[in-house]
Design a protein around this ligand. Structure first.
Ligand SMILES: N[C@@H](CCC(=O)N[C@@H](CS)C(=O)NCC(=O)O)C(=O)O
Length: 205
């Protein structure tokens, strides 16, 4: 399988870590959704967005939730990263939902604050995005246990992956955003860093 998207994308990084934790070997195409490389992304996903996962038979999957759904469905039971049913599944999907929503706001802020020329900035919108990111980080903090993984098992699950990549991205790209103390998130990120697929995919700033 070939994964399109750079580790700088919290969505592409999530898929890369998901595959690694399921012991899947994938090829990476760490290309940008801008400049000349964008043409290569559009050849795979007409919308020009990442992540896109090209399966071994050439089928293309887009959108992180659809890609991870495929990975879950096709993994052996002991390699699945989301509980099959019940309250544990609901709770983990909410962990993923809060982290993904926050990740979307972080990516939006990248485009509206860092990519858009300053003369076209819309300060009220930037303020709104920053407020949503702070609220998201605090909501995520409230879902992380004092110790151990969010999955409640001895290994990170889908919620841990989503939470770490979004919180990492906020910290790395917008260090000036002050959400107050986030000790549980900091601890989770540090624990994840000890696992090679988290450490190796952490964007270098
Ligand atoms: N809902 C999408 C979001 C993916 C996303 O925002 N990707 C960004 C990179 S981090 C992208 O492709 N941006 C280019 C664009 O949307 O035009 C998913 O979960 O896969």
């Amino acid at each position: 399988m070939i994964l399109y998207g750079r580790d700088m994308s919290p969505f592409a990084r999530r898929v890369a870590i998901w595959c690694a934790l399921q012991d899947r070997t994938i090829e990476r195409r760490q290309i940008q959704v801008a400049g000349p490389e964008w043409e290569e992304v559009k050849a795979v996903n007409p919308l020009g967005r990442v992540p896109a996962l090209v399966l071994d038979d050439g089928e293309v999957l887009v959108e992180t939730w659809a890609i991870t759904d495929y990975l879950e469905e096709t993994a052996p039971e002991d390699r699945r990263l989301i509980p099959a049913s019940g309250a544990a599944r609901r709770s983990m999907l909410q962990d993923i939902a809060y982290a993904t929503s926050t990740g979307e706001k972080i990516v939006a802020l990248v485009y509206d604050k860092l990519r858009r020329p300053v003369e076209f900035h819309y300060p009220a919108w930037i303020e709104r995005l920053e407020g949503q990111i702070i609220a998201g980080l605090r909501a995520m903090e409230g879902r992380v246990p004092i110790e151990g993984w969010m999955s409640g098992t001895d290994a990170p699950g889908g919620g841990d992956i989503a939470t770490v990549v979004s919180a990492d991205m906020a910290r790395l790209v917008f260090p000036g955003i002050d959400a107050g103390p986030l000790p549980h998130l900091d601890r989770l990120i540090a624990d994840a860093q000890a696992i090679p697929c988290f450490a190796q995919t952490r964007p270098k700033m």
